[in-house]
Design a protein around this ligand. Structure first.
Ligand SMILES: [Ca+2]
Ligand SMILES: [Ca+2]
Ligand SMILES: [Ca+2]
Ligand SMILES: [Ca+2]
Length: 418
């Protein structure tokens, strides 16, 4: 942890560097807990660079140097965290972030009975209870993002029965402070956080069931969200991912609606204007999930889409101009569900991880030249039921996995790849 492996893989990105703390400090280089960043910046553990809190959440994933010492497939150690949710109160969503600003990754979870829990990370992959509070009516999704720029994460929530996005500020010790809400026209489904108007403060892009399909809520940097702006000419969506696909410096959006055979890419033209591009998934039946990363190390963001019916993962390679002219598809053994990207086997290339309709987890390792030479590799252990996340919870430079297990507990899979 102290030396070479202190760099983390977070937010579905690959590690891009391997160095030790003995190197000459570079002003924009950092290591979580070891080399501090200047005031106002935070250490992006994925890249090892000091960055604004907003850009940390949306920085383009990169390919990087290998960190493994052998050639074995990715392997994991199971750690289970029981969460007392109460009868019938399924865990709905989990999120990671540093709530108490101690440099360790903390965990938050919400269940359908309105309860919000947070857990303090020990740095070893274990979590201890930190705070319990209300997540509002029937929480659906939670994310941890610093919404008021005080260097520690706040709670961002959507609910199944309220036409709003909630932001609950956290104190320096993770305790819940004030809650503000941003009104939207329909019920929120998925949302994604990013700086869509490039003012340095994080914003929220959300779906709205039963209303104009997508809306953006601009953050004021103080922990408040402005009333939503409905986007014109959008399509229904169930999964959102953000990235600068045309490399013009503005954050764009990719969406899919589960069951469609196409996805949408929205190029951000500023002033809440987004130009829609429909991308047909030729030869597929139903799109289910998507994630964003640079899978072929050409510096351009790509899209990975999980499809059902024919049960495949389709990787669409971006050209850096907002188009995705080439693709590769991989056959799976069962229907995929949630899909995430990270370098899980430590070879420097960004891999895919997903769970299927049975809850079984698989890693699909990437190789050079857009190859996926092996079939998806099953990860032995408990089954996943929701909210698959990637974070380096023990800060050893290896991307770990977190997920809801049987709607009752949070399963952490520590990456033990050598
Ligand atoms: Ca852009
Ligand atoms: Ca690429
Ligand atoms: Ca890899
Ligand atoms: Ca780790």
């Amino acid at each position: 942890m102290r030396l070479a492996w202190a760099l983390a893989c977070l937010c579905a990105v690959g590690c891009d560097a391997l160095w030790t703390s003995s190197l000459v400090p570079n002003p924009d280089r950092c290591e979580v807990g070891l080399v501090q960043c200047p005031a106002g910046l935070v250490c992006d553990s994925g890249s090892g660079r000091c960055t604004s809190p907003v850009n940390q959440a949306t920085a383009a994933p990169r390919c990087g140097s290998p960190w493994r010492t052998g050639t074995d497939p990715a392997s994991f150690q199971n750690l289970s965290l029981a969460v007392a949710t109460g009868t019938g109160a399924d865990l709905a969503s989990i999120a990671t972030g540093d709530l108490d600003n101690d440099g360790q990754i903390d965990l938050a979870a919400v269940s359908l009975n309105t309860t919000l829990w947070s857990f303090r990370g020990s740095g070893s992959g274990q979590f201890a209870p930190l705070v319990m509070g209300s997540g509002g009516s029937s929480p659906r999704m939670i994310r941890l993002v610093d919404f008021n720029g005080d260097q520690h994460a706040d709670y961002l929530l959507s609910n199944r029965t309220a036409k709003e996005i909630r932001c609950t500020l956290a104190a320096a010790d993770g305790q819940l402070l004030s809650t503000s809400t941003g009104a939207i026209s329909g019920l929120p489904g998925a949302f994604v956080v990013g700086d869509f108007n490039a003012d340095g403060a994080p914003d929220v892009m959300t779906t709205q069931q039963g209303a104009s399909d997508l809306a953006v809520l601009y953050g004021n940097g103080q922990g408040e969200l402005a009333t939503a702006v409905n986007l014109a000419s959008t399509r229904p969506a169930t999964v959102l991912a953000a990235g600068d696909f045309n490399e013009d410096g503005t954050l764009d959006l990719a969406t899919l609606n589960t069951g469609d055979v196409q996805l949408q890419v929205y190029s951000n033209r500023g002033s809440s204007s987004f130009m829609r591009q429909d991308i047909s998934l030729a030869g597929e039946l139903y799109a289910y999930w998507l994630t964003v990363a640079d899978f072929d190390c050409d510096g351009h963001l790509d899209l990975a889409v999980a499809t059902t019916g024919k049960n495949r993962i389709v990787v669409l390679y971006g050209d850096g101009g907002g188009r995705f002219p080439n693709s590769v598809s991989v056959n799976l053994s069962a229907e995929p569900r949630e899909l995430q990207a990270a370098d899980l086997d430590g070879d420097g290339l960004t891999d895919l991880v997903y769970y299927d309709q049975y809850g079984d987890l698989f890693v699909l390792p990437a190789a050079a030249n857009r190859q996926f030479p092996t079939a998806p590799q099953a990860i032995a252990g408990p089954k996943a039921s929701a909210s698959l996340q990637v974070a380096d919870v023990n800060l050893d430079g290896r991307a770990d996995l977190l997920m809801v297990h049987q709607y009752l507990s949070v399963m952490t899979l520590l990456n033990t790849t050598r």
